[in-house]
Design a protein around this ligand. Structure first.
Ligand code: FAD
Length: 452
């Protein structure tokens, strides 16, 4: 069937916008955050609401089309878009409503964290989300979701109270502790495997200013800085979250440092950060009290859409001296100044106190995550970026828990899906897949196949 016919056939049942390859906006509409992904769907269905999602899902199932589902379009693997088939694009679904008295917010599936934070901060409230404001609430939460508030309040998925899900059969289901509790368990960690999530209701917490900022040092301080950072974070209270990083300044100078977020007063924050204050001579230090939305947008300029990205990651079980030496050695070999190595301390704390079986998320015992961001703006460097990220990841394996965060997996890692879940959780997820999507309509994701 031609692309024009796809749009014509769905058109009568669809309120939103249908974009075919001959549409002048097609090339813009098929772009996602990772500029390395260049896919051409047969049709982009920009949904105005749940009824459009139902129409698009039924249409795809009846015609056996490949289905991509797009929330914020941030996932590095590029599964938010497909070749041929239909891309179900939730970006027009932007409604966020806040019940400040009962402290919960309801947000549609196309909302980003920046939009969610703006709506909830009007009431002085927030939910744990990610560290970049343009990331979608849906993709991040369905895979788990950690950010600056997670050590205090848990993962994004731990804060979901209820969801609306359009299943592969085109049914609209509510999933929460009382209704379709099995589905509710699975969508909190199991990704987009079980349907299109059109609404998420989150618990809210009172959040005002945070004591936060970035400290940077010359790259030659790398080994000493990382040892100090590992010692400081190992003893940190839940209120302190941090990400150490090897990066380059905008003019290409390699530096090492960390972003710090303390949920408390400046005085308490300084007490916790005393080992940092005793360390070296920073070339940059902007720690201070900042509005929550400013903290949530602090990383945005460093991670623009359109760069070419290849990622590898793993949870770390230790950051001992040998691990530090390995990190420094490989970080210093990055083939592009746009590459970043992040060591995240945004988990542990409240994340580790949620019961293992509360939802499908896989790795509550890890405290640190290594994120190797192979990034460049020159296609000629793609191979070098991939080789660097892979050899770095291999060298880091002696320090890894063996686990991986499903939301950081790239498109060549489907063989690692079992590493993202506990074995008992994975078996339960396969059973859920058989029940809610037996024909694997939703397979363009970190796929949990119904066959196991
Ligand atoms: P999309 O690419 O739109 O979606 C990713 C996948 O999720 C889709 O393929 C689909 O399978 C599924 N999906 C999306 N929306 C829906 C829906 N409504 N219903 C059903 N399935 C859906 N993660 C963290 O936890 N913390 C961070 O701080 C963090 N920082 C990041 C920073 C950057 C720069 C980037 C690129 C990613 C970051 N991530 C972080 C990873 C992020 O959680 C994942 O990339 C996530 O999948 C993005 O969600 P999205 O909706 O924007 O992505």
């Amino acid at each position: 069937m031609s692309d024009a016919n796809l749009a014509d056939d769905l058109g009568g049942k669809f309120q939103g916008r249908l974009i075919s390859p001959d549409d002048p906006d097609y090339d813009e509409a098929r772009k996602i955050w990772n500029g390395m992904i260049d896919k051409r769907p047969g049709l982009i269905a920009q949904c105005a609401g749940t009824a459009d999602v139902v129409a698009a899902v039924n249409f795809a199932r009846e015609r056996d089309l490949a289905v991509a589902v797009r929330g914020g379009g941030h996932n590095v693997s590029g599964n938010a878009i497909c070749d041929d088939g239909i891309a179900i694009d939730l970006r027009p679904m932007k409604n966020v409503s806040v019940d400040s008295a009962r402290r919960f917010a309801s947000a549609e599936g196309g909302v980003t964290w920046g939009e969610y934070d703006q709506a909830t901060q009007r009431h002085g409230l927030a939910s744990p989300g990610g560290a970049i404001s343009s990331t979608g609430i849906a993709g991040l939460t369905l895979g788990g979701g950690f950010g600056w508030l997670s050590r205090s309040y848990g993962l994004a998925c731990d804060n979901v109270l209820s969801a609306e899900v359009v299943t592969a059969a085109g049914e609209v289901l509510t999933a929460n502790a009382d209704e379709n509790a099995d589905l509710f368990w699975g969508i909190r960690g199991g990704g987009g495997n079980f349907g299109v999530v059109t609404r998420l209701d989150f618990q809210l917490q009172p959040i005002g200013e945070l004591y936060s900022g970035l400290t940077l040092y010359p790259r030659s301080d790398g080994p000493a800085f990382m040892r100090m950072w590992a010692t400081l974070t190992a003893a940190a209270p839940d209120e302190l979250s941090s990400m150490a990083a090897f990066l380059s300044t905008p003019d290409g100078v390699p530096v090492v440092g960390a972003f710090w977020v303390y949920k408390g007063t400046a005085e308490e924050g300084e007490r916790v950060l005393a080992p940092l204050r005793a360390f070296g001579s920073p070339v940059h230090d902007d720690i201070g009290l900042k509005p929550y939305t400013e903290v949530q947008q602090a990383f945005d300029p460093g991670f623009p859409a359109g760069n070419r990205n290849y990622w590898k990651s793993c949870y770390l079980s230790t950051i001992d001296d040998t691990c530090v030496d390995t990190l420094v050695d490989h970080a210093n070999r990055a083939p592009s100044p746009l590459c970043v190595v992040g060591i995240e301390h945004m988990i542990g704390g409240a994340v580790s106190r949620v019961a293992e079986d509360e939802n499908a998320f896989g790795s509550r015992d890890a405290e640190y995550n290594l994120l190797i961001l192979g990034t460049n703006d020159d296609p000629g460097l793609d191979d070098a970026i991939r080789d660097w990220a892979r050899s770095f990841w291999t060298a880091a394996q002696p320090f890894s828990t063996g686990g991986v965060y499903v939301n950081y997996m790239d498109n060549d890692e489907s063989g690692r899906i079992g590493d993202a879940y506990r074995a008992s959780h994975y078996a339960r997820l396969v059973d859920l897949k058989k029940k809610y999507d037996p024909d694997n309509l939703f397979r363009l994701n970190q796929n949990i196949a119904p066959t196991g």
